[in-house]
Design a protein around this ligand. Sequence first.
Ligand code: SF4
Length: 238
Amino acid sequence: MAMDKISRKDFIDVALDVKRYVGFLSDLGCKGLDCSPESLAILSAWGKPRIAKMGMLETLQTDLGDCRRCGLAGQRCHLVFGTGNPHARLMFIGDAPGVEEDKDGKSFAGAAGQLLAKMIEAMGLSRDEVYMTTLVKCRPLERRNPLPEEIKACFPYLEKQIFSVNPEVICTLGAFATQVILGKHEGVSAMRGQFHTYGSCQIMPTFHPSYLLGNPSSKREAWDDLKKIMGLLGLERK
Ligand code: SF4
């Protein structure tokens, strides 16, 4: 009986993998799978998602290129794609690059990023072991939230990053990123502290590190959220 259940789950996982991967290829302009060595390698690796997805992030970043799909392109110094382990078990998603990230082209480069790095280290991980990115890849001026049309243009790339990295847990940082990804309207205080199912992974919303910098009393709640992630991933503090 147990074997039947595993087989059914594997079949569904592979079917979802195929559906999403064909969608990904279609978005890149491919008309179908051919018999090239690359396609055959992909076909033979179905059911082994981490192998099948090797190289997808690089392809995605190349496809994004010098993206001009929304108005944020004209305001940026750098497009900030994302950074970290392409096969991370844990992914962090914020709302948008800030001043420092825009200047350096690196995700979470400023003071909030340093606090996030400390939070990650407290979980027994390093920045290189997780994957970090944002809803939109270019900085909106004056620290405003991204506009609906900017999110609409950029969100497909985030979805493909999530599909490619295939994390077990996503930690959304702040209300805005959480609301967009989960399609909810509550504040972060109402959404944090519990896992939300998103495709094949679990989402744990928590406070954005930039909020924690100005509201250190909320660090305890953020740490509670991270401990729940550690519990799910079987992590221990080093
Ligand atoms: S925010 Fe996203 S869609 Fe808009 S220009 Fe930057 S990369 Fe392109």
